[in-house]
Design a protein around this ligand. Structure first.
Ligand code: AMP
Length: 397
């Protein structure tokens, strides 16, 4: 089936038009500056990119612009919207309401609305994308694919926070986890690489999604038993600009000194922290590596801290699972930064991880552990869009 995938943010909207059976991408692009002015970038494999300034006061105009550029005789890839079999939406937070993807109905929209308090920035934007598609393509089947859904198999001991239980019962405060669509794809690919896709029972995989936002998931029998992000995506280990877990005392202390309200404090933790905060250089690992190589000590410290915290999570998940068969690296840093992979995985020989430096340094090699490594280490490019397309196709058959 031919599926249009929409990932709507508050002022941006990414789209991809792809074949759910083959994974072929016909077109993809980005609408930026929605609500400000509006800019569309449209890419079709083998053709020159199209960049246009188009007024986009709301997501409705953005979707209209996407459909127009896809239908255009010169830039387009379809001659009628009938060629779009269904639309799949990435939705950030499904709370405890969704453990899998669902066809968008009034009830589904109401449930996504109920989850807005958990994803106050993303869920309203995701809903704008859904509503804009409903208006532009009335009657077209649409599916919501949640970032949280794959983590719903976690046992209570992993998702409960040690605060009064009533806040879990009454207010839904618990670990939800994110990057679920990526971790699900990686879990499936890891089982394939282990030759265990048909008998996942007993397999233990650690999926390391290391990008601008990062999280780890511990996956037993193909199901998540723990993950590093929490109620929101700020939790876990340091990321590009997010702090990861911090001692809550820091919040009270800094808010007291600088007179910040909680919004300002959270802005510091979300946007100015992580490896950017430590280094003062950049959130991009390429910049950090270059800076560290030219002697910037804080950039070096940021990289060291990142590797150290990821390594600690790997150790704790191996302990939680009682062993590990495979560690998989994915996303921008995980797929591209061989030095960071080496830093993270070195020193884990005691638990059976033995890296092959040459394989690790070779682009496109999937298995980067040594032949005699007890624990397999893989680099597998993630493909969240394909997962969204496959779910959408499955639910709209
Ligand atoms: P993502 O969020 O998965 O798109 O990852 C984006 C991040 O990947 C960027 O901010 C970079 O830090 C990192 N990245 C991308 N390419 C490379 C590379 N060749 N070497 C190191 N880091 C990279």
């Amino acid at each position: 089936m031919k599926i249009l995938i929409i990932n709507a943010g508050s002022s941006s909207l990414k789209y991809q038009f792809m074949d759910s059976d083959t994974g072929d991408v016909y077109a993809k692009g980005l609408c930026e500056r929605i609500g400000i002015d509006g800019r569309l970038t449209h890419k079709v494999p083998g053709r020159e990119n199209v960049c246009r300034d188009i007024p986009m006061p709301t997501h409705n105009e953005a979707i209209t612009a996407v459909l127009e550029v896809m239908l255009d005789p010169v830039t387009g890839v379809i001659s009628s919207t009938d060629e779009i079999d269904a639309v799949g939406h990435r939705v950030l937070h499904g709370g405890a309401e969704f453990s899998e993807s669902c066809v968008i109905t009034d009830e589904c929209i109401a449930a996504i609305e109920r989850c807005i308090p958990f994803g106050p920035l993303h869920n309203p934007a995701n809903l704008m994308g859904i509503r804009a598609c409903m208006e532009a393509m009335p009657g077209k089947k649409q599916v919501a694919v949640f970032d949280t859904a794959f983590h719903m198999t976690m046992p209570p001991r992993a998702y409960i926070y040690a605060i009064p239980y009533e806040y879990y019962e009454k207010d839904g405060v618990r670990r939800y986890g994110f990057h679920g669509t990526s971790h699900r794809y990686i879990a499936g690919q890891a089982l394939r690489a282990l030759g265990r896709e048909n008998n996942p029972e007993g397999t233990k995989v650690i999926s390391c999604h290391l990008g601008n936002g990062s999280s780890l998931a511990a996956i037993v029998d193909g199901k998540v038993i723990d993950t590093s992000m929490g109620l929101g995506p700020l939790a876990g280990f340091p990321m590009g600009t997010r702090s990861g877990d911090v001692d809550p005392t820091i919040l009270e202390y800094l808010m007291g000194i600088y007179g910040w309200d909680i919004k300002t404090m959270l802005n510091v933790l979300n946007k100015k922290s992580g490896v950017l905060g430590i280094s003062g250089v950049s959130s991009d690992f390429r910049d950090l590596t270059a800076a560290a190589e030219s002697g910037n000590e804080r950039a070096a410290l940021a990289l060291e801290k990142f590797a150290y915290e990821v390594k600690k999570y790997i150790g704790s998940y191996a302990a939680a699972m009682g062993g590990v068969d495979a560690i998989v690296f994915t996303a921008g840093v995980g797929e591209n930064d061989a030095a960071m992979r080496m830093r993270i995985a070195s020193g884990l020989e005691y638990m059976g991880v033995k890296m092959d430096a040459e394989r690790n340094a070779t682009r496109g090699v999937e298995e980067i552990s040594a032949e005699d490594s007890k624990v397999k280490v893989f680099v597998i490019p993630t493909n969240e869009e394909l997962m969204i397309a496959m779910d959408t196709a499955e639910l709209c058959k």
